[in-house]
Write a protein of this length. Structure first.
Length: 329
């Protein structure tokens, strides 16, 4: 059975999702859009010490772009590839985008020159995307509707693709789950925000069930998932694999917003970072000391900010008119 067929079978949902595009809408200040959109067309690759991102500037909205990691506020390169969400690592890119002329979406696998090497249909509105450090595994999250337990509200589906085997998991809901060490089954499982370890088959993600939003550790080969800690959403594993950056619901209540935080895996110590604004994004490690994230400013416009991973200092504007940041080697 080929990849396209397996995904269509594994992933189900109803696509009346256009209104959900407002998830990137917010207010956080103003920037010069003309300066942010200035760049060199077609010069983007996944090589070199650069920061990759999705442009939100009016002139090139949605286009995959990059800036020098040493000068992120400087001139940007802008490609002709458009995505709703983008990420890259290990010379491989993932682009979640609408299918041409349709109201459905697809995952496009990109090589180091942003050439599309594979396309996989997705059912749902793209929300999160990640690539493993070696570039061999890709993950995505989409919003879907139609789950009977959810009263017509949005649910999530998280899937993975292993390029070395062409193995697709269209949803993590079929994995065997243990909660606090005991087997657990529920109709209301939701998974999102996958992040990969260097070790093959190992990943972290968020799993919700009932009032809980757990950090979970998964094994793709064994098809198992186990809970590690509650109130951890959109995890991102640090380059040294000792910490998880994530968004923590304030007072455990997502209705109050989220605080970007860092969890030390060995000790369980949680460090709220210096960013006190509401961060509804999957953080990205820019290096072992710095966490990046997008903050929406006005409708359709976001900026990428950075903050120290040890809780010190203050957040700083990194890339205006940008979202979906990824640090390239």
């Amino acid at each position: 059975m080929n990849t396209r067929t397996r995904v269509l079978i594994a992933v189900t949902g109803v696509l009346t999702l256009a209104a959900a595009a407002v998830i990137y809408v917010g207010v956080a200040g103003a920037r010069n859009q003309d300066t942010a959109s200035a760049g060199t067309s077609g010069a983007v690759t996944l090589d070199g010490e650069r920061l990759l991102f999705r442009s939100t500037a009016d002139a090139d909205r949605g286009h995959v772009s990059s800036v020098s990691a040493a000068d992120p506020g400087g001139a940007r390169a802008v490609s002709d590839v458009s995505c709703s969400r983008v990420y890259a690592a290990g010379g491989t890119g993932i682009c979640l985008r609408p299918e041409t002329g349709l109201t459905t979406y697809q995952l496009a696998v990109l090589d180091s020159r942003l050439t599309v090497t594979q396309e996989i249909p997705l059912v749902g509105l793209p929300n999160r995307a990640r690539v493993s450090p070696d570039g061999r595994r890709l993950a995505w999250t989409v919003f879907v509707t139609g789950d009977s337990y959810n009263g017509g509200r949005f649910s999530t589906r998280a899937g993975t693709l292993d390029l070395s085997t062409d193995n697709v998991e269209g949803t993590l809901e079929d994995f065997a789950v243990t909660v606090d060490g005991k087997p657990y089954k529920a109709a209301d499982f939701n998974f999102w925000g996958v992040t990969f370890a260097r070790q093959p088959n190992r990943f972290y993600a968020t799993m919700s069930t009932g009032p809980h939003r757990y950090l979970v550790e998964g094994d793709s080969a064994a098809r198992t998932i186990r809970t590690l800690r509650d109130n951890v959403e959109c995890p991102s594993l640090s380059p040294d694999e000792t910490r998880i950056a994530y968004k923590a619901a304030i007072d455990g209540d997502p209705a109050k917003g989220w605080r970007v935080s860092v969890l030390a895996l060995a000790s369980g110590t949680v460090t709220p970072l210096a960013e006190t604004r509401n961060v509804d994004d999957q953080p990205a490690w820019l290096d072992d000391r710095t966490v990046g994230y997008a903050l929406p400013r006005t409708q359709g416009h976001s900026d990428v900010w950075a903050v120290s991973a040890d809780g010190s200092g203050a957040p700083r504007l990194l890339i205006p008119e940008a979202e979906s940041p990824a640090a390239l080697p």
